[in-house]
Design a protein. Structure first.
Length: 452
């Protein structure tokens, strides 16, 4: 172990690393149950809950081992919140891709990530984006995720009356009441800084839901397992290879938008998480840079393509890695333990039906709150900064699209700088990104009117 992970050099030991690995797993284990919920919302039929659970556990195990072994950092990876929303609501929903075609897009994006990483272009591209827009991107995704949670909980409903676009759900809805109870439990546990608060709240809410349904016969969407034998569903394995034809049949505008969305969102999500977690672990150098960041990003890129092969959305580094770091984790041994736990998570498939949407919705809402923390780093007193950041943040939930929110903010940034004749403040790559977004909308319009 010492030769592999250099425990003494990092002032840690096997016991501490094991505890840290377990801490990280239980802090992010909710994704095993939450990923099927998100992917099931907008994804076409064909991705069963058991298939998503199988793919989630395997992809998380492989991704976590990769980042731990390549960089020796105590990080963990899994299908990303926000990124699975891109898969479900943008690729499958807005663009109309089949689940297989969407997986093909994720696989290709992973290959692009690998190419950008090994050439150093990925880091250059991230540096081209103003810090304020990076902060706004994370907050916008947080609001979008929170909105999904509110909708899943039944707290927010669409077109409640002719005068409103959205409104509050009915308190006569037992699932909504359960979600509110779950939200209260989640908030209490989080503010009390209880370890694995999100996972514990999900289990507690699910237990209450089971009592409501099976004891008091109140239907809140819980289904009893037909068998307690773990069911490994490999039906989505390799779909990304057999669905390339479906992807090629998509209009060029949607294809371009697909790649832009996957590349940009994952890059910012990964960089932000790596830097944040590394800062907590004390890994940043005097310039605020992370040594071996290329290895960590390479692990992320490989995990993305691997995740697509096994049948899930983009895999990325989790901010919950900081829980294990707080418990003393300092090396890849922490990641090794966390990855092993995810592999054991394959045996949780029989109980997935016992976890209703009302139990996962509060987690989405609270995670959204956490992701909005980056708003404090934006200078709202500077109107040049505030306009593009505001449009990025509100565009994602308002348009129900991460892509469109991102495009609106980036285009606004370039317009604002040009209006102020501050051409030198615009990185050349920003012009390229904005032109691609504009091209996407032009081609979409031409396709809609039948020109393409």
């Amino acid at each position: 172990m010492e030769k592999l992970f250099h425990l003494k050099e990092h002032n840690t030991n096997i016991r501490t690393e094991i505890i840290a690995g377990l801490t990280t797993f239980f802090t992010m284990a909710y994704i095993i149950f939450l990923n099927p919920t998100i992917l099931g919302e907008g994804t076409p039929a064909g991705m069963s809950n058991t298939a998503v659970i199988t793919a989630t556990c395997i992809a998380a195990a492989i991704g976590t081992w990769l980042i731990g072994w390549l960089s020796n950092y105590p990080m963990a990876q899994a299908p990303g919140l926000g990124l699975n929303a891109v898969f479900s609501f943008t690729l499958c929903g807005a663009f109309g891709l089949s689940a297989g075609a969407a997986l093909s897009a994720v696989f290709i994006a992973g290959l692009i990530f690998i190419l950008l990483t090994v050439t150093g272009a990925r880091t250059a591209l991230v540096k081209a984006i103003p810090l304020s827009l990076k902060k706004a991107l994370g907050a916008g995704i947080g609001l979008f995720i929170a909105l999904i949670g509110f909708v899943n909980a039944g707290i927010v409903v669409g077109e409640k009356s002719a005068a409103t676009t959205v409104g509050m759900g009915s308190f006569a809805n037992p699932a909504m009441l359960l979600a509110i109870v779950g939200l209260i439990i989640t908030i209490v546990l989080v503010v009390a800084k209880v370890p694995a608060a999100l996972f514990i709240s999900m289990i507690a809410t699910s237990v209450i839901g089971c009592v409501m349904q099976f004891v008091f016969k109140i239907d809140i969407g819980v289904s009893a397992p037909t068998s307690w034998v773990p069911y490994l569903d490999f039906s989505m394995f390799g779909k990304c290879f057999t669905s390339f034809g479906d992807l090629l049949s998509v209009p060029i505008a949607s294809l371009i938008a697909t790649m832009i969305t996957l590349v940009l969102v994952d890059m910012f999500d990964t960089i932000g998480t790596l830097i944040g977690a590394a800062d907590k672990a004390g890994y940043l150098d005097e310039n605020g840079d992370l040594p071996k960041i290329e290895r960590a990003m390479l692990a992320d890129a490989i995990a993305t393509s691997t995740g697509a092969v096994v049948g899930t959305s983009t895999v990325t580094t989790y901010v919950e890695s900081t829980s294990g770091i707080s418990a003393g984790g300092r090396t890849g041994l922490t990641s090794t333990v966390t990855g092993l736990c995810f592999l054991l998570g394959l045996f949780l498939s029989p109980i997935v039906g016992l976890v209703p949407s009302a139990a996962t919705a509060p987690i989405l809402i609270v995670v959204g709150v956490m992701m909005c923390a980056s708003l404090k780093d934006i200078d709202w007193s500077d109107i040049e900064v505030a306009i593009p950041c505001f449009l990025t943040v509100v565009g994602m939930p308002f348009f129900y699209s991460i892509t469109d929110g991102l495009a609106l903010g980036f285009i606004a940034y370039v317009v604002v700088k040009i209006a102020r004749l501050k051409f030198k403040e615009i990185h050349p790559l920003m012009y390229v990104i904005v032109l691609l977004f504009v091209l996407k909308y032009v081609l979409s319009a031409l396709s809609a009117i039948g020109v393409l």
